[in-house]
Design a protein around this ligand. Structure first.
Ligand SMILES: NC(=O)C1=CN([C@@H]2O[C@H](COP(=O)(O)OP(=O)(O)OC[C@H]3O[C@@H](n4cnc5c(N)ncnc54)[C@H](OP(=O)(O)O)[C@@H]3O)[C@@H](O)[C@H]2O)[C@H](O)CC1
Ligand code: K
Length: 510
């Protein structure tokens, strides 16, 4: 299976060392390999550019930069390498590659004063100042250089990382950071790329496979993962030939209240498209007809209360519960949740107002069954776990919360994060800003509930559900644009996503 770990940048040296010793390959050849895949990608993104200016630092990131300069020069392109070296203390591989570039007649300009950095007009700038070796904020001469680059209007492409950005925690990073338009990063995305606050530095990013040794990639531990189709699809259970509605699970959705019926319908639509054998939708009495009409496949179960959820009587045939979308936060509903959580020890996903009620009464949190799935957006998570000073801090809080309460937390965002009780975090790669609209989260709750009911573990239901939801949103945006994307369209596109995953899975099994 393709490796999908997000290692720490400080782990890189060990991964490198193992590859160098066991492939075996020299560090120079590994640099050549990395810079070659970078150059190929650069030329795919800038096929019509003829002028490239390379900004090279003194470490191996700078070494990569000199290799890129040489490869572009060999292709007959107009290349200039700016040597940004405070002293002449270069890493050995950087020194070799600078010499190779100069020896082959490459244009090399040593910059000792930031004002002398004058990139060519219409050039693409390649940022090779710092990469994974950054260990403190960038100030002084190189800080001034970075500020200067950030004021230019040239496109900037970063090698491995935008210079100045720490791989993980930038909470205390008050130094200069390159604002790249593109970052092509080696082997695995860096954790910092997952955080909204860093998008201004990282730009559009892609991972380049530089073939670090597969054994070390498989065996070296990581706490963070990113989701790829391969990893997600292989977790999806495919109904067997003799499956029937009784074996594919009965999902109970407890959703909606008098003023928020749309949420109930959207959650039901998400569930009915996600493989549950049966779907029961529990709604306040007044709203029965709406579900019948909007999701005719669902069974409707009515609450004693006319307007909001107040409790359930019979859970005997249910495999998974989804609760929260549009239920409101009235005291009657809070009591209903207390009653539910006092008796239900099975699979459950909680969203929206169910989370707000948990946040308002920590006693309810204590009642959660082990392995429950919670799907807060950042504000709901803040109500549950308190304020965070930055995205990295929020990630740590998320992990702590999941371990403390032994639950899976799905923190919704551009890269939705799934945190496990064991301290692992999975970052989603699908989805787009068009999905940042009311109702999209309700569809997700329905999907996850249906996946739980049809036999998936909490982790698999969360991972598959989040990925499929984002993928469906991407398909809608492709057809109708981000602006035109509605939550209901996401539910309607799910069938296509499941088909893709099923096909992928069946092909693997052959
Ligand atoms: N396996 C791979 O992914 C490969 C990656 N490659 C490339 O190598 C870089 C990492 O190279 P490295 O030499 O470790 O680090 P940098 O080039 O990022 O930094 C060089 C040195 O700079 C010093 N440093 C750190 N922070 C600062 C700062 N704020 N100001 C000034 N100087 C700083 C530090 O040395 P010190 O001794 O001063 O601590 C760094 O060591 C990776 O990103 C890839 O681009 C390989 O080419 C192929 C394999
Ligand atoms: K860089």
């Amino acid at each position: 299976m393709k490796n999908n770990k997000i290692f720490k940048t400080s782990d890189l040296q060990k991964l490198d060392k193992y590859t160098i010793e066991n492939e075996p390959v020299t560090s120079l050849d590994l640099m050549e390999r990395a810079a070659t895949v970078f150059t190929e990608k650069l030329l795919i993104f800038f096929p019509n550019s003829h002028i490239f200016n390379i900004l090279a630092g003194s470490g191996n990131n700078g070494g990569d930069g000199y290799v890129v300069a040489r490869l572009l020069h060999q292709k007959g392109l107009n290349v200039k390498a700016f040597g940004l070296h405070e002293n002449d203390c270069l890493s050995p591989d950087c020194a070799v590659n600078r010499k190779r570039f100069i020896d082959m007649g490459g244009c090399y300009i040593e910059v000792k004063n930031p004002d002398n950095l004058q990139p060519d007009e219409n050039s693409v700038l390649v940022d090779a100042i710092f990469g994974a070796g950054l260990n403190r904020p960038v100030t002084g001469f190189l800080g001034d250089i970075i500020h200067r680059i950030n004021c230019l209007s040239h496109p900037v492409v970063a090698i491995d990382m935008p210079s100045g950005l720490m791989g993980e925690d930038n909470g205390e990073n008050n130094g200069a950071i390159i604002k790249a338009d593109y970052t092509f990063t080696f082997q695995f995305p860096k954790l910092a790329f997952m955080f909204p606050e860093n998008v201004v530095y990282v730009g559009h990013w892609e991972v380049l496979d530089i073939r670090l040794h597969p054994i070390i990639l498989r065996e070296y531990p990581a706490a963070y993962y990113y989701l790829t189709e391969e990893v997600v699809a292989s977790r999806l259970l495919i109904p067997g030939k003799f499956s029937h509605k009784g074996t594919l699970g009965n999902t109970l959705l407890i959703v909606g209240s008098y003023s928020m019926m749309g949420a109930a319908m959207l959650a039901a639509k998400g569930a009915i498209r996600s493989g549950t054998g049966l779907l029961s939708v529990h709604v306040p009495r007044k709203l029965k007809e709406m579900i019948h009409l909007s999701v005719p496949e669902a069974l409707v179960e009515v609450d004693r209360n006319e307007f909001c959820f107040s409790g359930v009587d019979n859970l005997s045939r249910i495999q998974a519960v989804g609760i929260g979308s549009g239920i409101g936060t009235s005291p009657v509903t809070a009591e209903g949740i207390r009653q539910l959580l006092s008796v239900w020890r099975g699979k459950i996903v909680l969203d929206a107002d169910a989370l707000n009620l948990l946040a308002a009464d920590s006693g309810l949190l204590e009642l959660l069954p082990k392995g429950a799935v919670l799907t807060p957006h950042p504000k709901e998570f803040e109500r549950l776990a308190g304020k965070s000073v930055n995205d990295f801090d929020r990630l740590n809080k998320l992990s702590t919360f999941a371990s403390l309460h032994q639950v899976y937390v799905v923190l919704k965002g551009a890269h939705t994060i799934i945190a496990t009780p064991e301290g692992e975090c999975y970052f989603n790669m699908t989805g787009n800003p068009g999905m940042a609209k009311g109702g999209a989260g309700d569809v997700l709750t329905g999907i996850i509930a249906a996946l739980l009911a049809s036999g998936h573990s909490s982790l698999d239901a969360a991972i598959i559900g989040v990925y499929a939801h984002g993928w469906a949103g991407d398909l809608v945006a492709e057809e109708q644009g981000m602006r035109g994307t509605r939550a209901g369209d996401i539910a309607d596109k799910l069938g296509w996503v499941w088909k893709k995953m099923e096909t992928y899975n069946m092909a693997k099994q052959r």
